[in-house]
Design a protein around this ligand. Structure first.
Ligand code: SF4
Length: 535
């Protein structure tokens, strides 16, 4: 045993290394990015495991699936909305006979610190009928990841680790032990289970349903699902999940007598433990980070009129993160007075693009070009450039999901809107903007696509774009955009007018055009300069 100080994300990465993974794949996304960054650093030093960024979460998931098919262990990590992208292989992988352990780590973002929604990945695990483990601290993140591989191989299903931002991004001392050997290379013994033709898929689905009882039994006995009954206090009992346990325990010294408490970190939900607690108390308080997942489930298995208080009934905040303070009222504790916080009357400072950011110059050109029209539509996407929606640019009008700018622009043009421009970053384009561009090519849609090529994944800290920037034009030409209407320009203050004129000319062209605006992100440029000096 030795000790390491690790982020929750890094504890997961370390757990996977010690579980003997052969490969890990990911697409960057806050708050999960640090998992792969840790694995890449480790792999550069130790020559294994394979640790790679991928074009998107779907391709990452499929890579991990292939490793499992070859009998070895693999992990795939992503943020919660990334699982929407990977949903197809994820859902179907639940019914193939998983061979080498397959663990999917999904980092949710309650409170939307860096995301467009608060979706709770436990629903996805339940939807796929697989096990989900939800660590409460960094130590559990490490241990649960190791255990997840064992469970995956034992039950032949993928296993999900669900993290949330607070855990992913906070550090603690973690006790770690030795590294397990990699699995030998060995193809799955019954490849039929991997061929999801309806006749096989039916059989596989049946098998997944058959093991549900075993999964429930295992969860019931799991040491991560703990029930403590207080025989002398029956007024109410508390159920916590994930990090909510920490907030509850912080308030516990003030609760007298101590309520009975069930903590759930291993799903499926341990129904018998829930029933044991419910039979013991007059009321249940449910504290869970994310959606009211347990609360909804419990309403289906418990006889009324047991009172249940939680997010559905409104006693626990349904939006944003839980905190030790905001769960006090439901526990019958006084709201703490805030001391020592001085309020200054400061002006609002919205987030800004970095000074010198190349996107700023492209937005200036775009604004100039669009000034000629009374009504315009500019769809956009997810990245640093989303800040182009704010003053002083006010240059874009939508941010929905990765790659959506291109498809939405096509739809708006199909509806008859003119002029329509889609703005997307280089990495987001390669993630999921290429396929909707094929749709636009097929119909020579009257729209202009501007690819903001800053040669990196800027928003998540400067990871490399999956293809070097010099290849973007080839990709665009390769899928059939008319070469006469594909332009690569340098974006810079001194070229604002020139680039505005080019954008305007292409907007006026009745068909599909693409402008690739290139200049490196100033942050990665600084880093590269430093590295060059050192070399
Ligand atoms: S990190 Fe790079 S791309 Fe993002 S705002 Fe700063 S300069 Fe622009």
């Amino acid at each position: 045993m030795s000790e390491m100080v690790l982020l929750g994300d890094e504890a997961v990465a370390m757990g996977a290394i010690h579980a003997g993974i052969t490969a890990a794949y990911a697409y960057p996304g806050t708050p999960s990015t640090e998992i792969m960054e840790f694995l890449i650093r480790y792999s550069q030093k130790n020559k294994k495991p394979v640790a790679q960024w991928c074009a998107n979460e779907k391709t990452a998931y499929e890579g991990a699936l292939g490793v499992s098919f070859a009998g070895r262990r693999a992990m795939v990590s992503m943020k919660h909305v990334g699982l929407n992208v990977a949903a197809d292989p994820f859902m179907n992988s639940a019914i193939v006979n998983i061979h080498g352990g397959l663990v999917v780590v999904v980092a949710d973002d309650p409170g939307m610190h860096s995301s467009q929604n608060e979706q709770d990945s436990r629903y996805f695990a339940d939807f796929a009928r697989i096990i989900c483990l939800e660590p409460t601290n960094q130590q559990e993140a490490y241990e649960m990841t190791k255990e997840a591989f064992e469970l995956s191989e034992r039950f032949h299903i993928p296993v999900m680790i669900r993290l949330v931002t607070r855990l992913a991004h906070s550090r603690a001392v973690v006790q770690v032990d030795g590294q397990r050997e990699e699995n030998p290379l060995q193809k799955v013994p019954n490849p039929n289970s991997w061929i999801l033709l309806p006749s096989n898929a039916k059989k596989q689905w049946h098998e997944l349903l058959e093991i549900q009882k075993e999964l429930e039994k295992h969860s019931e006995a799991s040491s991560y699902n703990t029930l403590e009954l207080n025989p002398d206090f029956k007024d109410f009992g508390v159920i916590t999940t994930g990090l909510a346990r920490n907030y509850y325990l912080e308030n516990l010294p003030e609760l007298d007598p101590k309520p009975s408490h069930l903590h759930i970190s291993h799903y499926p939900i341990p129904v018998e433990k829930v029933r044991a607690l419910a039979n013991h108390v007059k009321k249940l308080i449910i504290l869970e980070e994310g959606y009211p997942f347990v609360e909804r489930f419990i309403r289906g298995i418990l006889p009324l009129p047991l009172e249940i208080q939680g997010k559905i009934t409104g006693e626990v905040p349904a939006e944003g993160e839980l905190t030790p303070d905001n769960i006090r009222p439901v526990l019958g504790l006084k709201v703490r007075e805030r001391r020592g916080v001085v309020h200054f009357n400061l002006p609002n400072r919205p987030p800004q693009l970095c000074p010198g950011c190349p996107h700023a110059d492209t937005f200036m050109s775009l604004k100039k070009a669009m000034a000629e029209f009374q009504k315009t539509m500019v769809t956009s996407d997810i990245g640093c450039y989303t800040l182009g929606a704010l003053p002083p640019y006010n240059a874009i009008e939508s941010t929905v999901n990765m790659g959506a700018s291109v498809g939405m622009a096509k739809g708006a043009a199909d509806a008859g809107f003119y002029p329509v421009v889609a703005v997307i970053g280089d990495s987001t384009f390669l993630h999921s903007g290429v396929t909707p561009l094929m749709d636009a090519v097929a119909h020579n849609t009257n729209m202009t696509l501007i690819i903001l090529d800053n040669e990196t994944v800027g928003m998540t800290g400067g990871q490399p774009t999956i293809l070097p920037y010099s290849r973007l034009k080839d990709v665009v030409l390769g899928i059939g955009v008319d070469p006469a209407h594909v332009h690569v320009v340098t974006t810079h203050r001194k070229f604002i007018d020139q680039n505005a004129q080019l954008i305007l000319d292409e907007v006026k062209y009745n068909g599909l055009s693409v402008v690739i605006a290139v200049r490196e992100c100033v942050e990665t440029a600084k880093r590269h300069k430093k590295e060059q000096k050192k070399a």
